[in-house]
Design a protein around this ligand. Sequence first.
Ligand SMILES: Nc1ncnc2c1ncn2[C@@H]1O[C@H](COP(=O)(O)OP(=O)(O)OP(=O)(O)O)[C@@H](O)[C@H]1O
Ligand SMILES: [Mg+2]
Length: 310
Amino acid sequence: MPLPSYALGVMEASAYAPEVFARGLPSSSWQQPSEDSAEPTGTVAGGASPLLSLQGIGLSFGGVVALADIDLSVRPGEIRAIIGPNGAGKSSLINVISGVYRPDRGHVQLDGIFYAQVPTQRLAHLGVARTFQNLALFKGLSVLDNVASGLAYKVRSNFAGQVLGIGRSRAEQRHSLSRAEQILEFLDLAAVRDRLAGTLPYGLQKRVELARALVAEPRLLLLDEPMAGMTASEKSEMAAFVRAARDRFATTVVLIEHDVGVVMGLSDRIAVLDYGRKIADATPEEVRNDQRVIDAYLGVASDNEDGAGI
Ligand SMILES: Nc1ncnc2c1ncn2[C@@H]1O[C@H](COP(=O)(O)OP(=O)(O)OP(=O)(O)O)[C@@H](O)[C@H]1O
Ligand SMILES: [Mg+2]
């Protein structure tokens, strides 16, 4: 069946994520798996060791099962999409991977290290960066400062040094700004570097968020609906930037997106969630022809070919 290539993105409230994320989490959450835990083999089909590996992830909110027994292996350098209807658990999965949510069951393994939850302050040091479903920029700061803030975790100078702008803090600040300038060039944002982020059109704000996540050259980049609410041409531009970022920085990308046409063209593999369960995990071609996926998601998408979204 032909696949729709129109915008299916629906802006949905997930406003809790940035606040929870900003609050920080205890470093004691780093742990080795317990002795009775089912340890992963450390390899995925195709031979390459996964950069990211999830085993048996379960997460509930009261009576709502957001994730049920999710396994996922993401190879280094892969662009991996997660798709599924609204409420399927996509953002919850990214929130588990990024440490915002602690799963009730299962393990997350990043490059061989197990964790139940990544402490926020260590997440960036491990090479993980993310964007949020709803924009989480500092709207009153310039684009340049927003992007440089993606390197704040590296600043080691003490508080007095930062306030007075002396010593190592000044050098660190210069370094952050220069890195931010480079990323702005890379994402074709240099012309708006001095604009307040909140004054930019929505599509550009999404790109600034990508820039802030990319500035640290993360090993794992988690993008929660980076193209939601964009026009078709903005989406293809964004898709090209995501691909270019993967190629330039050898970044592994996990991406949630509702626009099936974009996902099919951009991803190496696609995991499909429905009611918190993974119902498919395969190449775009295989997913396109999977009857379960068509019934749960793609069929609904086709019924909305006027772009109404789902
Ligand atoms: N912090 C939370 N508190 C309560 N329920 C939550 C929370 N986070 C997620 N949920 C619930 O878990 C389920 C999965 O939500 P999630 O946001 O992961 O879905 P999604 O696939 O990202 O949907 P969308 O496409 O609309 O963004 C939903 O029923 C949602 O209401
Ligand atoms: Mg979501």
